[in-house]
Design a protein around this ligand. Structure first.
Ligand code: GDP
Ligand code: MG
Length: 306
């Protein structure tokens, strides 16, 4: 037995949009940490999820998951370039990289590009074929073989992140591959760090879900204030940044009906996530230059200088 030993490290989760990265991170961590949306390219920031697990030898491990913002092949706008660079930086800095592939969709252009780039990285590589609930076994085996021919992976897993099938094996392997060392985040505060970001993601998801036809992906949500109250409830103040007056009117809706609805759904989800009452106050602000301001890139964990 090795009960006092610990392992810890970063694992970057990479893959094409919609491969199921956020769903996998959520399943590994066991709580909702990252936006899960049927629309592509909504994960704008690097959200960190922390999974704790016990190893067979009695050691404990802390797996810090970096959910990448998505790696797009063509990044025209400044924000997109910053996102791509952040995604690759996350992969480079990590102790290991987990490539998530939608097994039903197979190897698309993005996966091909990522595999090529991963070949140049020195991190430990794992392949996670996801959505096996939708795919016959022969197809899975062929896909695993083809990807491992393109690039040898240390281990290949076949999972359904949605049904939490095969997740324990992935977590055990990720944990075992991490270097021995102290935890990177204090165990009891592990969830504190990304809470503000998480809360912003929850609201942003509602903005997208409720307004996806009317509003482009330009809205950003920032958690401005987080106040723990004596009665164990939380007061959260957030600003929804839009780029034009017209967009502000859309987010507010007729007589404020839309923002009310967004707030109600987000508040409900936050209360569930945090396990206590939440008072959510939303503000909508026209910040035309928001996307060009370096301070905001730092705030959401992206590097502006790319
Ligand atoms: P991301 O863009 O890579 O973060 O992908 P998401 O985690 O947001 O998932 C994209 C879509 O695939 C969502 O609608 C998920 O519910 C769905 N999805 C994720 N994992 C699975 C799975 O194992 N099986 C099935 N059937 N759907 C999945
Ligand atoms: Mg995602």
């Amino acid at each position: 037995m090795n009960a006092s030993a610990t392992r810890a490290g970063f694992v970057a989760v990479v893959g094409a949009p919609n491969a199921g990265k956020s769903t996998l991170v959520n399943a590994l961590v066991g709580a909702k940490v990252s936006i899960v949306s049927p629309k592509v390219q909504t994960t704008r920031m690097r959200v960190v999820g922390i999974a704790m697990t016990d190893l067979a030898d009695g050691a404990r491990a802390q797996v810090v998951l970096v959910d990448t913002p998505g790696i797009f092949r063509v990044a025209r706008r400044r924000l997109e370039r910053a996102m791509v660079a952040a995604a690759w930086q996350g992969a480079e800095d990590a102790d290991a990289v987990a490539l998530v592939v939608d097994a039903e969709r197979g190897i698309g252009e993005e996966t091909r590009a990522i595999v090529e780039k991963l070949g140049q990285s020195r991190s430990r590589r794992y392949l996670v074929l996801n959505k096996i609930d939708l795919v016959p076994r022969e197809k899975l085996l062929a896909l695993a073989a083809e990807l491992n021919t393109r690039l040898p992976f240390e281990r290949t897993f076949m999972v359904s992140a949605l049904k939490k099938d095969g997740i324990a094996d992935v977590l055990a392997a990720l944990a075992e591959g991490l270097p021995a060392g102290p935890f990177l985040y204090p165990e009891d505060q592990a969830a504190d760090l990304p809470l503000r970001l998480l809360a912003a993601e929850v609201t942003r998801e509602q903005v997208f879900l409720q307004l996806h036809q009317e509003l482009p992906y330009e809205a950003a949500v920032e958690t401005e204030k987080w106040e723990e109250r004596a009665d164990s409830s939380v007061r959260i103040d957030q600003t929804i940044h839009v780029q034009r007056d017209g967009q502000r009117a859309i987010v507010l809706g007729k007589g404020g009906a839309r923002i009310k609805q967004i707030g109600a759904r987000a508040r409900q989800e936050l209360a569930e996530m945090l396990g206590r009452p939440v008072h959510l106050f939303l503000h909508v602000k026209v910040s035309a230059r928001w996307a060009e301001d370096p301070a905001h890139y730092r705030a959401i964990g992206l590097d502006y200088e790319t």
